[in-house]
Design a binder for this molecule. Structure first.
Ligand code: FAD
Length: 369
């Protein structure tokens, strides 16, 4: 019996999609050779539509806001089904200015956020330090966004694996090497899979599969390196997420502090470099000086699946039976469930819901750079 849908890739996007499709009553197989390679295990886990808002990316902002609104009910459902924690934390986010240039840039960001009706407060240095006493006295002021939270992506992804297993998703450890309309998927081990439809959710590798639709070939990897520190007391390093313009620090409840992340165009290279580690530590120190006392636990690198307009590809491609759920760049953890639910709805009803109208892969069809 052929599956109704095959999901290619078992990062947070593919896993959530497989789970939501299975919940909608479909027979689902998920193919991934090594899910541990996924960006989803490396990501920081900012759920930050407001502090990640950029001029010119308003449709993405709307999707991010919608995802953030439903995040708590998503993780509640996932935790209840899987029995695993997700590390979701309603921490709020401070954006701090280290100097006058930062302050000016934040002033501009604030005006943009307010124009869009987003919830943000502008605070002076003293007010910020009342909120977050560990902030450097040199911080000159900044913003507070009460609605930008965090989750632990590695924990979330593990919970999604369990949710898939408990929902009857068949997980196949293999690589998809080719895709043909139909769809028919060629496997690295030699066999092939025929399905009602397939969803390509192979992150930065989505365009590398032979026969992948032209729109997916526009996806490129953007490398990110990030650090995990840990307080010696195992108490949280801060009460809120703390960002500068070029760094963010996410305090977990168990004392870990995630410091991210570099943005590098290096193809599929994932080398850990001294330079990126140095830059991240220096920037972290400028915001929370106590980091020098923390243990350095891990340095990791992952590949963000990136599109020419920084927005994801979600929905039908030009190839018969082939859908895309990829290209989520800096927001894949935030967008996992909304992507999954809209793909499942597309498959059930045959029509793409309005929420993903702006993210159709068709916007890159036939344009090869
Ligand atoms: C340093 C860093 C920090 C980040 N921080 C955040 C953040 O704070 N908030 C946020 O929302 N997002 C963040 N992101 C982005 C987020 O990690 C990604 O957008 C998201 O993980 C993408 O998920 P994915 O499932 O599409 O891809 P991935 O997680 O990369 O998974 C792709 C999967 O596809 C599999 N695969 C590849 N090729 C094939 C094939 N041919 N056949 C079968 N399977 C295949 C791989 O083995 C892998 O398991 C960050 C990313 C990085 C790198």
């Amino acid at each position: 019996l052929h599956p109704d849908v095959v999901v290619v890739g078992g990062g947070c996007i593919g896993l959530a999609t497989a789970w939501r499709c299975a919940q909608s009553g479909m027979r689902v197989s998920l193919v991934d050779p090594a899910a541990g390679e996924a960006a989803s295990f490396v990501a920081a886990g900012l759920l930050a539509p407001v502090t990640e808002a950029h001029p010119g990316e308003e449709p993405l902002l709307a999707l991010n806001l919608e995802a953030a609104r439903h995040y708590e009910s998503f993780v509640d459902e996932l935790e209840a089904l899987s029995g695993f924690p997700s590390g979701y934390r309603r921490s709020g986010t401070i954006v701090a200015a280290r100097d006058r240039d930062d302050l000016e840039a934040l002033e501009e960001l604030y005006r943009f956020q307010v124009r869009l009706g987003l919830e943000v407060e502008r605070l002076r240095s003293r007010e910020l330090r009342e909120l977050e006493p560990g902030l450097s006295p040199r911080v000159m002021g900044g913003l507070f966004v009460a609605g930008d939270h965090q989750v632990d992506p590695a924990a979330l992804t593990k919970a999604l694996v369990e949710a898939c297993d408990r929902s009857g998703v068949e997980r196949i450890e293999d690589r998809v090497v080719s895709v043909e309309a139909g769809p028919v998927l060629g496997l690295g081990s030699g066999g092939s899979l025929v399905a009602g439809s397939c969803v390509i959710a192979a992150g930065a590798w989505s365009g590398s599969i032979e026969g992948a639709p032209a729109s997916l070939r526009r996806i490129r990897p953007v490398k990110g390196q990030l650090l995990q520190l840990r307080t010696l007391s195992r108490e949280p390093a801060a009460d809120h997420n703390v960002r500068g313009l070029d760094v963010y620090l996410l305090p977990r409840t168990d004392g870990r502090l995630v410091v991210g992340a570099s943005m590098e165009e290096r193809g599929f290279d994932r080398t850990i470099t001294a330079g990126a580690t140095h830059d991240l530590l220096r920037r972290a120190f400028e915001l929370l000086p106590d980091v020098v006392e923390h243990e350095l636990v891990q340095v990791a690198a992952g590949l963000r699946p990136t599109t020419p307009d920084n927005a994801p590809l979600i929905g039908w491609t030009d190839e018969l039976g082939v859908l895309a759920a990829c290209g989520h760049f800096r927001n894949g953890v935030l967008l996992a469930d909304i992507t999954a639910r809209t793909i499942a709805e597309t498959l059930v009803t045959g029509t793409a819901p309005d929420a993903i109208a702006d993210f159709s892969p068709g916007r890159f069809s036939g344009v090869v750079s």
